[in-house]
Ligand binder design. Structure first.
Ligand code: PMM
Length: 277
């Protein structure tokens, strides 16, 4: 999928959100030089690749202009690539995807699964690059109004497979497709837990699976004291636990904000799997 990266264990993707408002790290890496430094640190801490995003997808988030998204992500991608860091781009826009690939990004991470921009699949097909299709129903401003499912797991899997069909019809090679059930996107906390309890339903679809639980609200709720959610930067141990469980369930890549512990956890899981083989 990505030449040179490990194939004997779950991969670790670090996150650099070049945004003022992401729930987890918003505002911390808005300046390009700071973002690049942080991305390099993530790689040193064990991230196999670093995901650069310029548009927050937190629940309720309002969209930004395409020009602003490009202004945020391109210098960071260029800077990281020149430092030898492997980069993916987190975008729902074909124009951003195209420019990011030209700047050296190697993987498209589209949280809308190709639904937000009808040209996205054509960009992936033309570049013949890997693309993450995440389960997505609506933009962040309204996504939490779309949490009704007849059968949660079957519906998510079915909706993902519809996007696989769209990708294949647009010329994306089957072996370039990665699926992600999209924790927190049009899903309640309980629904996230049900997804985690049924990861096999996604790994069995025949595509590599990506998972991003890192610091999400449902972890803050799990670890709340009374009405006080556990703060985002104190959800690392829970994030690492999920990374280990995801790796053991056969997930291809976990996307985290702080890779150190997750990088160790996926190696523990790989070593155990070797012993059990
Ligand atoms: N979640 C966020 C952003 N990008 N990409 C994928 N593939 N899967 C996700 O669940 C996902 C994502 C949420 O925001 P964050 O960058 O603050 O974690």
């Amino acid at each position: 999928m990505l030449p040179g990266l490990a194939t004997d264990r779950c991969l670790v993707m670090g996150v650099v959100n070049v945004t003022p408002d992401s729930f987890s790290d918003g505002g911390k890496w808005l300046d390009a030089a700071t973002a690049i430094r942080h991305g390099v640190e993530l790689a040193k801490s064990g991230a196999d690749l670093v995901d650069v995003g310029g548009e927050s997808t937190r629940p309720g988030a309002i969209r930004i202009d395409p020009e602003e998204e490009l202004r945020r992500v391109l210098p960071v991608i260029e800077g990281l690539v020149s430092e030898g860091v492997r980069v993916s781009v987190d975008t729902m826009r074909a124009v951003t995807a195209r420019r990011a690939l030209a700047a050296g990004a190697e993987l498209l991470n589209d949280v809308s699964g190709g639904r937000a921009d009808p040209d996205m699949m054509a960009v992936a097909a033309a570049a013949n690059c890997p693309i993450v299709l995440m389960h997505w129903r609506e933009h962040s401003a309204v996504m939490q109004r779309h949490t009704d499912y007849d059968d949660l797991i079957a519906d998510i899997a079915g909706e993902l497979m519809q996007q696989v069909d769209v990708a294949l019809a647009a010329g994306v090679a089957r072996e370039r497709i990665i699926l992600d059930p999209g924790l927190g996107f049009s899903k309640t906390g309980d629904q996230n837990w049900a997804v985690l309890a049924n990861l096999h339903a996604f790994t069995e679809l025949g595509f590599p699976v990506m998972l991003a639980a890192s610091r999400k609200r449902f972890l803050g709720e799990l670890l709340a004291v009374g009405d006080d959610l556990r703060p985002t930067d104190e959800r690392e141990a829970a994030t690492t636990a999920i990374s280990a469980l995801a790796a053991a369930a056969g997930v291809w890549c976990v996307r985290v904000h702080e890779p150190t512990a997750t990088a160790d956890a996926v190696r523990v899981v790989a070593r155990l799997a070797q012993e059990q083989a």
